[in-house]
Design a protein around this ligand. Structure first.
Ligand SMILES: [Fe+2]
Length: 254
């Protein structure tokens, strides 16, 4: 979900689909295996512990595209989240509502060979490999739900933008410091080996997570991120949502 760009991309207004009978072609499984193999060469050193444990807990397959049902079932047992298949970007309100119900709308289509590195539209590698493992972490899982609950109640463009930026700089491109080391937890970095490598090459400026700075910093999706924010723990994300909830309630005189 990328609120500042959805109107420019295809498949806006996508819907839930039934993926229970989906069968992947050999070519599609090859794309997945190639992406998985390439990414796993560096990810164990780059990714935060929760993500790596999440891959294990979900028994993420490396040689073929995972099926929605198997992952959703495993995830549900872990944190009560589930995955539902969609055919592209769902409208923001549908997306927020899904999050508030601990449901992750995920694309099940495989990206083409020509766009192995990065594409703006979501695909199964980004959505499933990039996002789902983090939802096995109990604190992150609660944060994502609280985010959905708050976002579902918002009906104001500025607040909507603030939430879009919070999502972008955390769920998509978030960094965390663990035992003094910089690690990735954002799905956009998990699914893009080029951009992840750039982070460790010192490409982006990295600042401590500051809610007000995050929600007032616009982003672009078509370049490597020039600025990223680092948290010290996932509790910080829960606190951020709570701060916004209280602030906006107060502004509304509630
Ligand atoms: Fe994403």
């Amino acid at each position: 979900m990328q609120t500042e760009v959805t109107t420019k991309l295809k498949m806006e207004g996508a819907h839930y689909i039934d993926a229970s009978t989906k069968v992947y072609e050999e070519e599609e499984n090859k794309v997945w295996a190639e992406l998985y193999g390439t990414r796993m060469k560096t990810l164990p050193e780059q990714a935060c512990a929760a993500y790596m444990e999440g891959l294990d807990k979900l028994e993420m397959p490396g040689h073929r595209v995972p099926l929605q049902e198997e992952l959703s079932e495993r995830l549900q047992k872990l944190t009560g989240w589930q995955m539902r298949a969609v055919d592209g970007f769902v409208p923001a309100q549908v997306f927020f509502d899904a999050f508030s119900r601990r449901t992750f709308p995920a694309t099940v289509e495989v990206r083409p060979w020509e766009q192995l590195e990065y594409l703006q539209e979501p695909d199964v590698f980004h959505d499933v490999f990039g996002h789902l493992p983090m939802h096995t972490d109990p604190v992150f899982a609660d944060f994502a739900q609280e985010y959905g609950i708050l976002a579902s109640s918002v009906d104001d463009e500025d607040r909507f933008d603030a939430l879009g930026r919070l999502y972008w700089y955390t769920v998509e491109f978030g960094l965390i410091r663990q035992e003094g080391e910089l690690k990735l937890y954002g799905a956009g970095l998990m699914s893009s080996f080029g951009e992840a490598a750039n982070v460790f090459r010192g490409g982006p400026e990295i600042r401590p997570f500051d809610l007000d700075e995050v929600i007032t910093t616009p982003f672009r999706i078509d370049i490597y991120q020039p600025l990223l924010f680092v948290i010290d723990g996932f509790e910080q994300l829960l606190e951020a949502v709570e701060t916004l909830r209280k602030r906006w309630a107060q502004e509304d005189g509630q």
